[in-house]
Design a protein around this ligand. Structure first.
Ligand code: ZN
Ligand code: ZN
Length: 206
């Protein structure tokens, strides 16, 4: 009986660690995009830099997008991870769970910008009991200077990373070692008004 309980406890710890790791991975990509991907960045600027700029100026705009538009970049990265794990013989349930959650990090993010009515009962319940990140928690990411709370799956990882100023430290390290500077966020008060093309996004559910 004791061994059964111990095995169950280990599985639960593994489950929690996998969820937190996936939340961190989604947050890491979000941070990379927010901090360094611009609209004119080669290859990915149009598909990642532009939607991110739109999101910071008009957070509700993303709620009109379907799952594929919202999740395609993370889905591609997660799929590559699954193929790699399969090739290496490491395709465990933890890898599957990690990939599924990480691929949907931006979908969870979208739910944080939708109303309770738009989310429906099940998603609203999962947010209420804090299995999924709450809208109130994510609102901190949209509070100036908009350089914290990058993780969008749970309420658990952001307080740790922001508490130790993890992202600030990474940016400092990158600036010191490569000269790479964090890009300007024109949605932050006093840093605008932002590029002229943003005008076309003013129409819509903002
Ligand atoms: Zn952001
Ligand atoms: Zn957001």
């Amino acid at each position: 009986m004791k061994i059964m309980a111990l095995k169950l406890a280990i599985k639960l710890v593994q489950l929690l660690a996998t969820v937190l790791a996936a939340d961190f991975a989604g947050g890491f990509i979000h941070w990379l995009e927010d901090a360094y991907v611009r609209e004119d960045t080669p290859l990915i600027g149009k598909f990642i830099g532009r939607p991110n700029t739109v999101h910071h100026h008009f957070p509700r705009y993303m709620t009109r997008f379907n799952w594929w538009y919202t999740s395609r970049d993370l889905f591609i990265v997660a799929s590559l991870l699954l193929v790699l794990a399969w090739c290496l013989g490491l395709l465990t349930w933890q890898v599957w769970l990690f990939a599924i959650l990480a691929a949907n990090a931006n979908e969870f993010h979208k739910w944080e910008h939708r109303t309770r009515k738009e989310n429906g009962r099940i998603i609203s319940f999962l947010q209420d009991v804090k299995i999924l990140q709450t809208a109130r928690h994510h609102a901190r990411h949209h509070t100036d200077p908009k350089n914290s709370h990058y993780c969008t799956t749970t309420n658990l990882v952001n307080p740790i990373l922001d508490g130790i100023r993890f992202w600030d430290g990474l940016e400092w390290l990158l600036a010191r070692t490569t000269g790479l500077k964090r890009r300007e966020d024109t949605s932050v008060r006093g840093h605008g008004p932002g590029p002229a093309w943003l005008e076309e996004y003013r129409r819509g559910p903002v």
